[in-house]
Design a protein around this ligand. Structure first.
Ligand SMILES: C[S@@+](CC[C@H](N)C(=O)[O-])C[C@H]1O[C@@H](n2cnc3c(N)ncnc32)[C@H](O)[C@@H]1O
Length: 284
């Protein structure tokens, strides 16, 4: 249940927007996988990147995605605690998971708040094989630091267009408790995968029917002006979501939210994203 108005002040005290990368994860990505901290200001289309660029991604944007996800999910779970705290199993689908920083952020957040959690079933899709190999390594490392059992299924697929999305729609028949996409839909806009149509609308319409009862979809994305669509991405996200008739239950205040992540290569690194949490409407 969502908490009453009177409890909101107390809850705000528990809200986080600043974290450190767990030491085991910091050691693993920087010392074992040889990630590099290397920020870039250009529009990124990671789908085309090779292994050395993906290692730059891992050292720079993976920690940011970890922080965004950990904070967004933790703050949401605290608000909607009774729906999550007693669960012993959850299922997750990540569209455009890349190296999977947001998956580890989510696992850490839910692991801290759900003491009964025993099994997490993860399905991920991404078209970049180098990123997926790193994701699998990171998940295997995570497994050595948790008592939670994880199953994971990887769909290594480039979604070129509407046709590919419809095939995916037909192939992924399962329903999920959590469906998410972090900073990947912007690449569909830049590459005009759905011609000039709204990518947020099409992706949300495809995956919203795959949510379990009371499941949530979390969309987070960069907040830049996209020179291909000639639109600010958060505006495009809102326009697309409004066409789905979905129920947005939480979002960043203002235009975007700033998150702070500290790790061994950069203290207080900063990222800004726009995010929306959509929940299926019905409650028993
Ligand atoms: C900026 S990265 C974000 C990765 C991850 N979600 C994160 O937050 O760290 C965007 C991801 O979307 C994937 N992607 C972009 N376009 C895609 C497409 N058409 N089909 C499949 N994956 C795609 C890329 O390969 C990349 O891993």
């Amino acid at each position: 249940m969502f908490v009453r108005e009177s409890a909101r002040g107390n809850i705000r005290r528990f809200m986080v927007d600043s974290v450190s990368l767990p030491l085991w994860l910091d050691d693993y990505i920087f010392n074992q996988l040889k990630a590099n901290y290397c920020p870039s200001n250009s529009d990124m289309t990671v789908i085309d990147w090779d292994k050395s660029n993906v290692l730059n991604y891992l050292g720079t944007y993976f920690p940011r995605s970890y922080a965004e996800s950990y904070c967004i999910f933790r703050n949401f779970f605290i608000k909607d605690l009774l729906s999550w705290i007693f669960r012993d199993k959850i299922s997750i689908f990540d569209f455009g998971c890349g190296t999977g920083g947001e998956i580890i952020g989510l696992l850490m957040a839910i692991g801290e708040l759900s003491p009964n959690l025993k099994l997490v079933e993860i399905t991920v899709l991404d078209g970049n094989h180098a990123a997926l190999r790193i994701f699998e390594n990171v998940i295997k490392e995570y497994l050595t630091h948790t008592k939670i059992s994880i199953t994971y299924k990887v769909i290594p697929q480039v979604i070129e267009d509407f046709y590919d999305l419809s095939i995916l729609d037909a192939v992924v028949t399962q329903k999920f408790d959590i469906i998410m996409s972090f900073k990947s839909i912007c690449e569909f806009v830049t590459k005009e995968r759905f011609e000039q149509q709204n990518a947020y609308e099409h992706i949300a319409k495809t995956f919203l029917p795959k949510l379990e009862n009371l499941g949530i979809m979390v969309l987070a994305d960069v907040t830049t002006y996209n020179s291909v669509s000639q639109e600010w991405l958060p505006t495009m996200m809102d326009k697309g979501l409004s066409k789905t008739g979905c129920n947005i239950v939480m979002k960043n205040a203002g235009y975007n939210q700033r998150f702070i992540i500290s790790h061994s290569r950069h203290k207080k690194d900063e990222s800004k994203v726009a995010w929306r949490i959509i929940q299926t409407r019905w409650r028993n």
